[in-house]
Ligand binder design. Sequence first.
Ligand SMILES: *[C@@H]1O[C@H](CO)[C@@H](O)[C@H](O)[C@H]1NC(C)=O
Ligand SMILES: *[C@@H]1O[C@H](CO)[C@@H](O)[C@H](O)[C@H]1NC(C)=O
Ligand SMILES: *[C@@H]1O[C@H](CO)[C@@H](O)[C@H](O)[C@H]1NC(C)=O
Ligand SMILES: *[C@@H]1O[C@H](CO)[C@@H](O)[C@H](O)[C@H]1NC(C)=O
Length: 274
Amino acid sequence: MAVLMRIGLALAGMIFSCVFADRGLQLKSSSGDEVRGCYVYNQTLAVCFNVQKDAIVILKTTGERLVQYYNLGPDMFYYQVMDQSFIARGPSMFFVPDEVSREPESLRAFAKDQYENEETVRHHFQAAVSELHYVPEVRLLELVSAALADNTTRLEILQPFHTLCLNLLQQAEIKIPPELSAEHGMEDDNADTHDREERCSRPQRNRCRGMCGLGCNCWKWICGDCCWHLGCYQHDLCCNYSRFSTYCLFPYSYNLSCSKGFGGYKKCRRMGWR
Ligand SMILES: *[C@@H]1O[C@H](CO)[C@@H](O)[C@H](O)[C@H]1NC(C)=O
Ligand SMILES: *[C@@H]1O[C@H](CO)[C@@H](O)[C@H](O)[C@H]1NC(C)=O
Ligand SMILES: *[C@@H]1O[C@H](CO)[C@@H](O)[C@H](O)[C@H]1NC(C)=O
Ligand SMILES: *[C@@H]1O[C@H](CO)[C@@H](O)[C@H](O)[C@H]1NC(C)=O
């Protein structure tokens, strides 16, 4: 029997609803400006998303937001994970306390006279990802990312979404159970390890950094194959130096190229260990 779900999502004051008769990826909209839909794994497990050029939201089917990210103006982003909100201004992150209204105007005004408090950001970020760790829907993010790459002819606006999913899974230290892993799409590459070693310079060294994926599992839809890529390697190192910096969290703001490298790398390194 078909799974039938009615899902209401609220975004920017607009309510829209999807009715699902199937499992897998359900796209409501897919263009260069917006990719919106849900991924239905089974009757109880599904996750929805809305990706635009300057805004991403990942929701439960109840409409509860897990992650939200949007552009607040020049060099400024709003970033929310579970109930914790942050503003990224330039390379710095600020924690946004509950009493600050979530209106763009108030957020911009709040960010204007903030000084970075690394300890506070770290504390709240850690709290957010620890909570995210136990949210079942998050375990679908690899499948979602893979399905979108398969089904949307590599739309440019999806690149930040893929990295966001990867970062969230990494930071929340989520181990994806085999049935929810997108690995089926990578069997071909993984089976032929000999060929892979011939073609790839060093996929297994350095804890598999540079493989553009979760640990030693690669997301080949990010750079096209399962080899070592300078851009991914530098981004991985950056996240190791300073995982709460905007360089790690929003690498596409700083030019991320698979082959030419990561534009934020030097500045990220200069921030030092955290
Ligand atoms: C849906 O899948 C999850 C993960 O495999 C599982 O825990 C859950 O029991 C499934 N629900 C149903 C209704 O099959
Ligand atoms: C892509 O979409 C097609 C048709 O909707 C579906 O059959 C296929 O499973 C999707 N691919 C993935 C990886 O979900
Ligand atoms: C960074 O790398 C070091 C050395 O490889 C490792 O011990 C540490 O756990 C890493 N830290 C993070 C946040 O990944
Ligand atoms: C990204 O690269 C383009 C062209 O290579 C350059 O014009 C742009 O200034 C770069 N952006 C950043 C933020 O480095």
